[in-house]
Design a protein around this ligand. Structure first.
Ligand code: NAP
Length: 248
C-alpha cells in the first residue's frame, strides 16, 4: 500500500473516465477524495457510492474549473470541510477537434479555457493552501499530443503543451514549500473522449503504438496514484508518459 492514507485529494472532472478511475484508486489507498464535476452530477454521485461500497471516503463538489472565483471557493471549502488539501489532480478536459483552417476562434478559446486556464485556476488556489501546510502533490493530466502535436488538435495540443509549462514552472516555485508538481501524459486511452473517433483513426493510432494496444483509464490512475504518494516525494517537474511507447 502506498502512503496516501488520511490525505485529502481533489480530482477535477472525476465523474467519468480517467478522473473516475483516479478517484477510486486514490480512495483505495486511503485518501478522502473530492469528486468534482460540472455537468454530470448523477455520475459523480455514482462514483461516490462506489467508493463508499469498499469503505472509502468521498464527497462530491460542483465547480466549473474555468471560473477563477469558483475554483477558489471550492478549494477553500475543501480545506474547511475536510481539514486539509493535500493532492490536486487537474484532470478536467475537453476537445473541439478540427483542422486549423476550419477551427473557429471559440473552438480554440473554449479548449484553452477548460484545459489550461482551468488547471491554472486550480493550481493557483490549491497551492496557496498547500504552501501554508508546507506539503502537497499536484498532478496535471497532459497528453501525448502535448508532446507530439496532432492533426486536427491545434487547440487541444496547445492546451496540453501549456500544461507542461505550468507543471515545470510551478514545480520550481513550489519546491521550497515541499510541494511537488508533475504531469502525466496519457496516450490513446479508451474513454468517452476517444470512443467518438472513427475506426480509421483508431486503426491508424494503433499502428503507432509499440505495445500494440490502447491504454485503460486505470493505467493513468496507477501513475497518478504513485505520484500522489509519499513514495514519490523526490520526483518533481517531470512528465511521465503512459502511452504504450507512442512517444519516446
Ligand atoms: P472524459 O471522459 O471526457 O471526462 C472529462 C471530464 O472533464 C468530465 O468529468 C467532465 O465533467 C470534466 N469537465 C469538462 N469540463 C469541465 C469544467 N469546465 N469544469 C470541471 N470539469 C469539467 O475525458 P477522459 O478521456 O477521461 O480524459 C480525462 C483527461 O485526460 C482530460 O484532461 C484529457 O484531455 C486527458 N487525456 C485523455 C486521453 C484519452 O485518450 N482519453 C488521452 C490523453 C489525455 P462533466 O461530465 O461534469 O462535464
Amino acid at each position: 500500500m502506498l502512503k496516501i492514507d488520511g490525505k485529502v485529494a481533489v480530482i477535477t472532472g472525476a465523474n467519468t473516465g480517467i478522473g473516475r478511475e483516479t478517484a477510486i484508486s486514490l480512495a483505495k489507498q486511503g485518501a478522502t477524495v473530492v469528486i468534482n464535476y460540472v455537468v454530470g452530477e448523477e455520475l459523480a454521485e455514482e462514483v461516490k457510492k462506489e467508493i463508499e461500497s469498499f469503505g472509502g471516503k468521498a464527497i462530491v463538489k460542483y465547480c466549473d474549473v474555468t471560473s477563477f472565483e469558483d475554483t477558489k471557493v471550492m478549494m477553500d471549502e475543501i480545506k474547511k470541510e475536510l481539514g486539509s488539501l493535500d493532492i490536486l489532480v487537474n484532470n478536467a478536459g475537453i476537445t473541439r477537434d478540427t483542422l486549423l483552417l476550419r477551427m473557429k476562434e471559440e473552438d480554440f478559446d473554449k479548449v484553452i479555457d477548460v484545459n489550461l486556464k482551468g488547471a491554472f485556476n486550480c493550481v493557483k488556489h490549491a497551492s496557496k493552501i498547500m504552501m501554508k501546510q508546507r506539503s502537497g502533490r499536484i498532478i496535471n493530466i497532459s497528453s501525448v499530443v502535448g508532446l507530439m502535436g496532432n492533426v486536427g488538435q491545434c487547440n487541444y495540443s496547445a492546451s496540453k503543451a501549456g500544461l507542461l509549462g505550468i507543471t515545470k514552472s510551478a514545480a520550481r516555485e513550489l519546491a521550497p514549500r515541499g510541494i511537488t508538481v508533475n504531469a502525466v501524459a496519457p496516450g490513446f486511452i479508451e474513454s468517452k473522449m476517444t470512443e467518438v473517433l472513427s475506426d480509421d483513426i483508431k486503426e491508424a493510432m494503433l499502428s503507432n503504438i509499440p505495445l500494440k494496444s490502447f491504454g485503460k483509464a486505470k493505467d493513468i490512475a496507477n501513475a497518478v496514484t504513485f505520484l500522489a504518494s509519499n513514495e514519490a516525494h523526490y520526483i518533481t517537474g517531470q512528465v511521465i508518459s503512459v502511452d504504450g511507447g507512442m512517444y519516446m
